[in-house]
Write a protein that binds this ligand. Structure first.
Ligand SMILES: *[C@@H]1O[C@H](CO)[C@@H](O)[C@H](O)[C@H]1NC(C)=O
Ligand SMILES: *[C@@H]1O[C@H](CO)[C@@H](O)[C@H](O)[C@H]1NC(C)=O
Ligand SMILES: *[C@@H]1O[C@H](CO)[C@@H](O)[C@H](O)[C@H]1NC(C)=O
Ligand SMILES: *[C@@H]1O[C@H](CO)[C@@H](O)[C@H](O)[C@H]1NC(C)=O
Ligand SMILES: *[C@@H]1O[C@H](CO)[C@@H](O)[C@H](O)[C@H]1NC(C)=O
Length: 507
């Protein structure tokens, strides 16, 4: 069987499949539950343990009984030392009180951990069941359960619609995030809400002030822990322009992790595996190097999802880049004319000569007097960027300095089929969405033949791609406050999936 990742290397081969043994392990030592893997990329899920969800109560009772016995044992020891009875009684009394208090705390923590593990096991089991069902009426009943009037599901855009819907419902039912309170404004608890890195600030803000359903103020009840710093603000306040010295960013991140891992037990418990950070700035991955465990073990939610620069899709999350000029989406993209006006241009791009791919695009297509392919470095002043998108069938989305491009989301809004031109880029939400249903990927080596490649897309295929864009749009929309299935919830769902796939290792 395949392992999702090797984050818990030392525990490989130690699979606990039956809960009686888990209870013993739990009381004797630290304990460890093997977990099943949830993956939407394959039609069937892989399991490490056979039975994921037995009943919790009997196990809890057992824990309580054993702890009571321990308390009685202490009683007996205390009362056997005869003599000055009142003193002994006093000692016994205070010992008992202390032990009771201690055991209440210990029990409560263990109880919380057990509840979390059982909840996750149940979620995995129900997702697994939904994923493997081929029965349309069962899938429909899951979808109807979503209870969201304006939602018209379209199965083609999902790898496994049953699994996705079930997993989404489980997330709503259970998922709890703890946001660390440490750190001061503006670098923590706040982020940019305008311009190109918007998503960083909007996510932090939603997590801090909205998202009540997914927050917990009790860190013992959390599934994941959020490190709420903004790399964009680190660059603004800590970086010295033109030095290209990213040490201050790494230092900040290192300090933040040091503070929370010294003050709380949670980081050390999993070596950071159930902690996450989020950054849209190109330098997000560099900043995360400030702590080796954050880089290699934690969930990093990044726009710059470049697998050649350490992005690991098993544990990291690809974050869509959304450009909000002045904090808003262009009104032109907000609501499209229902009449489907003609799109005279085959393909459109306008943007700076950034990164490794655009020079190739410009070399072959820039400023060519081609009626169908419109590629500009600087868009002439009399032409409007979004109008161009709305008049083009395909929108070219080449990587710039970083792999992600805000054009992808803009193209989705404009119902202009995105043409992904990138290397080593993990597309956002690609563990649940079938990008091939609403975009085209063109290999960088095929840029010289771009026109032929796009001309070869049949009318019928184009019609389906475009129609699917309409369905996928809601997953990329930023709402304030967030709405079900929008981009905030999709990001959270990606984190939830990583947490489901994490192999438990707790003390
Ligand atoms: C033990 O403490 C409780 C409350 O603190 C008190 O009511 C009780 O009398 C004490 N018992 C003895 C034996 O000291
Ligand atoms: C599909 O599921 C429904 C509800 O559980 C059941 O009534 C029906 O017989 C199933 N159909 C098939 C083909 O298994
Ligand atoms: C976590 O581990 C670090 C490094 O070993 C240590 O300095 C820190 O005190 C630990 N934190 C807690 C809460 O024990
Ligand atoms: C991540 O782990 C690899 C392999 O153990 C190691 O070589 C690398 O230095 C680590 N990265 C960071 C940023 O610590
Ligand atoms: C992705 O990472 C590789 C390796 O560092 C780099 O060569 C490439 O330019 C990066 N891609 C982008 C678009 O930044």
């Amino acid at each position: 069987m395949k392992l999702a990742n090797s984050r818990t290397e030392s525990f490989h081969g130690y699979f606990v499949t039956c809960f009686v043994s888990i209870v013993v392990v739990l009381i004797m030592f630290s304990y460890y539950f093997s977990s099943s893997l949830v993956s939407f990329s394959s039609s069937k899920f892989e399991f490490l343990s056979s039975s994921p969800s037995p009943v919790a109560t009997s196990e809890l009772q057992r824990t309580v009984q054993i702890s009571d016995r321990q308390i009685q044992a202490v009683h007996l020891t205390a009362s056997s030392s005869d003599g000055a009875i009142t003193t002994v009684n006093r000692i016994r009394n205070s010992t008992t009180t202390v032990i009771k208090k201690l055991s209440t705390v210990v029990l409560r923590k263990k109880h919380d951990l057990i509840m979390i593990k059982h909840g996750l096991a149940r979620a995995r089991a129900s997702i697994h069941k939904a994923a493997s069902t081929r029965n349309i009426s069962v899938i429909s009943s899951i979808i109807n359960n979503i209870n969201d009037d304006d939602y018209v599901p379209n199965r083609a855009i999902y790898r496994n619609p049953g699994a996705f819907y079930q997993s989404y419902l489980e997330m709503e039912r259970r998922f709890k995030v703890y946001v660390y309170r440490e750190g001061e404004l503006p670098i923590t608890h706040y982020g940019p809400c305008k311009d190109i890195y918007t998503i960083e600030g909007r996510f932090i803000s939603e997590m801090e002030h909205g998202a009540k359903r997914f927050r917990t103020s009790d860190p013992h009840r959390a599934h994941v822990y959020f490190l709420p710093f903004s790399v964009v603000w680190m660059v603004k306040y800590l970086y010295k322009p033109l030095t290209y010295d990213l040490t201050p960013l790494k230092q900040f991140v290192a300090d933040y992790v040091r503070v929370v891992s010294t003050k709380y037990p949670f980081w050390n418990r999993t070596s950071g595996a159930d902690h996450f950070m989020l950054a849209c700035h190109d330098w997000g991955p560099h900043a995360s190097k400030g702590n080796p465990l954050l880089y290699n073990t934690s969930i990093r939610v990044l726009c710059n999802a470049n697998t050649s620069e350490g992005f690991n899709p098993q544990k990291d999350v690809s974050l869509p880049e959304i450009h909000l000029y002045g904090g808003n989406i262009s009104p032109k993209l907000l609501s499209l004319p229902p009449s489907h006006p003609p799109r005279p241009y085959l393909a459109f791009f306008a943007g700076g000569l950034h990164g490794p791919i655009r020079p190739i695009l410009f070399q072959h297509w820039k400023d060519r007097e081609d009626d169908m392919i419109k590629v500009y470095e600087y868009l002439p002043k009399d032409l409007d960027y979004y109008s161009f998108m709305l008049k083009s069938k395909f929108c070219l989305c080449p990587s710039g300095y970083e792999v992600a491009s805000p054009r992808i989301v803009e193209a989705i809004y404009a119902e202009c089929v995105p043409v992904i031109l990138s290397n080593h880029y993990v597309l956002p939400f690609s563990d649940v969405l079938r990008w091939e249903a609403f975009s085209i990927q063109v290999d960088v080596s095929e840029i010289p033949q771009l026109k032929e490649v796009l001309m070869a897309v049949t009318e019928e295929k184009y019609r389906i791609l475009k129609e699917n864009l309409r369905f996928v749009r809601r997953h990329f929309v930023l709402n304030q406050p967030a709405k079900r299935f929008d981009v905030f919830h999709m990001i959270l769902h990606s984190i939830w999936l990583r947490r489901l796939n994490m192999r438990e290792m707790d003390r």
